[in-house]
Design a binder for this molecule. Structure first.
Ligand code: SF4
Length: 472
C-alpha cells in the first residue's frame, strides 16, 4: 500500500511523537507578517530567546498597509505602530523583511510562491488562516495563531494533531467562465464549512491536473473555509515549470535533484485515503455566496434558498444569514444589486485573476452606483499588470487601481465597507462584518464574476460578458 503526500511529508518532518498524541513537526518555512507577530517577538524577548532558524523565516507587510498611497507615518497610528514593530523585530532578530518600498512586498501568500520560497514537500506555517494556499505546490501548510508563531520562531517546530486525508477528485472539464474559485466554493457547499475538520484535502482529478499554479493556489487557499487544516495538490510538471528560475528555488543541477525528490513525494497511485469524494467539474456554474459563511452559496442561475424548504437543523442558521444579508428568500441570485466591487486578496489577487477580470471590463464602464477597487496581491503583480496596461483598462472602466495589500479582504486598513453596503468580492470570507463595517455584506465570487457585477451593477452571469479567446 502506497502513501499519501501528507503521510510522506509528515513522516519526514517528525521530530518526535508527543505524549499528548500530537506530533512535533519541524517547519521548513515560516512566513511572518505584521499582525500576528509583534506579541510573538515580544515573548521571545521576555524569555531571552532568538529566532531559531532566521534563514527559514521571511516577513512581509500586507494586512494593515494602506493601498491608496503609503507615505509614512501612516495616518492610522495603530497601523504605523504595527509596521514599525515588524521592522524593528526583523532587524533585531535577523529576519529578512520584504517591507514597504521593496519590489517583493505583498500579501504573504502571494509573494512566497512568487519568490520560489514555497516548494513541494515543505512544511510551512504562517500566522494567517489562508496559509493552506501553499499546498498548491505539494507543501503541507498550516495557518497558526500568535502563540504558535512564538513557538515556531523559538524552535522551528509545531505540535500538531494527526490529520486524515480526503481525496477530492474534480472530474470532467470546467465550462468557460467557471474558475478555480467556483470549484472551491462548490466543494465547500457540498461538504460543508465543518466538513473538513480533522482532514487535509488532497485535490486531484482532470480539472485540477489542468489548472495553472495560480488556479491551484485559489483552490488550496480556501481549504480552511471548508474546515480542513490544510489542502494540497500533488506536485507535477506544472509545479516544476512554475518554480524554475524563481529566486529562492534551486537552480542548475540542484533544481534537477530537487525536482526528482519533489516528484517522489507525490501521493502514490495505490495510496489509501480516509475518504474520497468526486465532484463533477463539468456540471459547475459560476458560484455566488448568499449567506454569511463560504458554504452558503449557489450557482448564479439558482435562487436564494427558502428557509421553509430546509431541514430543521439548518433552517434557523439560514434564516439568520438571509436576514443579515437582506436577501429575499426564493428570489434569483442574479439581479442582486451590489454597491462595491473588490478584486484582490490572497485568493484572487494574482496576475491571471486581474487578466480575467480585465477581459470582462475592457471597453466597458462599471455601473455609476458601484465603487470598484482592484488591489494587486503583490508589488510584482502590480508591476506586471501595469506593464500589460491592465491598470488603464480598470481605470478607464471606473475602477480605482491600488497598491498591493490585503485591502478589503479584512479591512484592517482604510479600505472598508460603509454601513450596509453589499460587496461583490473575490476574497475568501463573507462573515458578518468581515469587510470593515459591522453591518456590511459580502458576496464571494470569482474575480471575473466581480467584474461582471461591477459592470452590470448587480450579480450577473459572467458568461454573458466574457470577451476574447478562451483561456480557462
Ligand atoms: S488577503 Fe485576506 S485572507 Fe489573505 S492574508 Fe490578507 S487578510 Fe488574510
Amino acid at each position: 500500500m502506497g502513501s499519501t503526500l501528507l503521510a510522506k511529508v509528515w513522516d519526514l518532518h517528525t521530530v518526535r511523537r508527543l505524549p499528548t498524541g500530537q506530533t512535533q513537526l519541524f517547519i521548513g518555512l515560516h512566513l511572518v507578517h505584521e499582525v500576528t507577530s509583534p506579541q510573538a517577538f515580544d515573548m521571545l524577548r521576555l524569555r531571552g530567546r532568538g529566532v531559531a532558524f532566521p534563514e527559514r523565516t521571511f516577513a512581509t507587510a500586507d494586512h494593515i498597509v494602506p493601498t491608496d498611497g503609503q507615505p509614512r507615518p501612516f495616518a492610522d497610528d495603530m497601523a504605523e505602530q504595527m509596521l514599525a514593530a515588524l521592522e524593528r523585530n526583523c532587524r533585531e532578530f535577523g529576519v529578512p523583511l520584504f517591507g514597504l518600498g521593496s519590489d517583493d512586498q505583498g500579501i504573504v501568500h502571494v509573494i512566497s510562491p512568487e519568490l520560489g520560497l514555497t516548494q513541494p514537500g515543505m512544511t510551512i506555517a504562517c500566522g494567517d488562516s489562508h496559509t493552506s494556499t501553499h499546498g498548491a505546490f505539494g507543501a503541507v501548510a498550516f495557518g497558526i495563531g500568535t502563540s504558535q508563531v512564538r513557538d515556531v520562531l523559538a524552535s522551528q517546530c509545531l505540535a500538531m494533531d494527526p490529520l486524515k486525508v480526503r481525496r477530492i477528485a474534480v472530474d470532467g472539464a470546467l465550462a468557460r467562465g467557471v474558475y478555480a474559485k467556483d470549484v472551491i466554493l462548490a466543494i465547500i457547499r457540498t461538504l460543508g464549512v465543518q466538513g473538513g475538520v480533522g482532514f487535509a484535502y488532497e485535490y486531484a482529478g482532470p480539472v485540477v491536473d489542468r489548472m495553472t499554479m495560480d488556479e491551484r493556489m485559489t483552490l488550496c487557499n480556501m481549504s480552511i473555509e471548508g474546515g480542513a487544516r490544510a489542502g494540497y495538490v500533488n506536485p507535477d510538471e506544472t509545479t516544476l515549470a512554475y518554480l524554475q528560475g524563481r529566486r529562492f528555488a534551486p537552480d542548475g543541477e540542484a533544481f534537477d535533484r530537487a525536482a526528482a525528490w519533489w516528484r517522489s513525494i507525490a501521493s502514490d497511485p495505490d495510496a489509501a485515503y480516509d475518504d474520497e469524494v468526486a465532484i463533477d467539474g463539468g456540471a459547475l456554474q459560476p458560484m455566488v455566496t448568499w449567506g454569511t459563511n463560504p458554504g452558503q452559496s449557489a450557482g448564479v442561475g439558482e435562487r436564494v434558498p427558502q428557509p421553509s424548504d430546509i431541514a430543521d437543523v439548518e433552517r434557523s442558521a439560514i434564516a439568520d444569514a438571509l436576514a443579515y444579508m437582506g436577501l429575499e428568500p426564493g428570489r434569483p441570485l442574479a439581479g442582486t444589486r451590489v454597491d462595491v466591487a473588490f478584486i484582490g486578496s490572497c485568493t484572487n489577487g494574482r496576475l491571471s485573476d486581474l487578466q480575467e477580470a480585465a477581459r470582462v471590463v475592457r471597453g466597458r464602464r462599471i455601473a455609476p452606483h458601484v465603487r470598484g477597487l482592484v488591489v494587486p496581491g503583490s508589488k510584482r503583480v502590480h508591476d506586471a499588470a501595469v506593464r500589460e496596461g491592465l491598470h488603464d483598462v480598470f481605470r478607464e472602466a471606473g475602477f480605482e487601481w491600488r497598491q498591493a495589500g490585503c485591502s478589503m479582504c479584512l479591512a484592517m486598513n482604510p479600505d472598508r465597507l460603509e454601513g450596509r453596503e453589499l460587496c461583490a468580492s473575490s476574497s475568501n470570507r463573507n462573515f458578518k462584518g468581515r469587510q470593515g463595517s459591522p453591518t456590511g455584506r459580502t458576496l464571494l465570487m470569482s474575480p471575473a464574476m466581480v467584474a461582471a457585477a461591477a459592470v452590470a451593477g448587480e450579480v450577473t452571469d459572467v458568461r454573458r460578458l466574457l470577451q476574447g479567446p478562451e483561456t480557462s
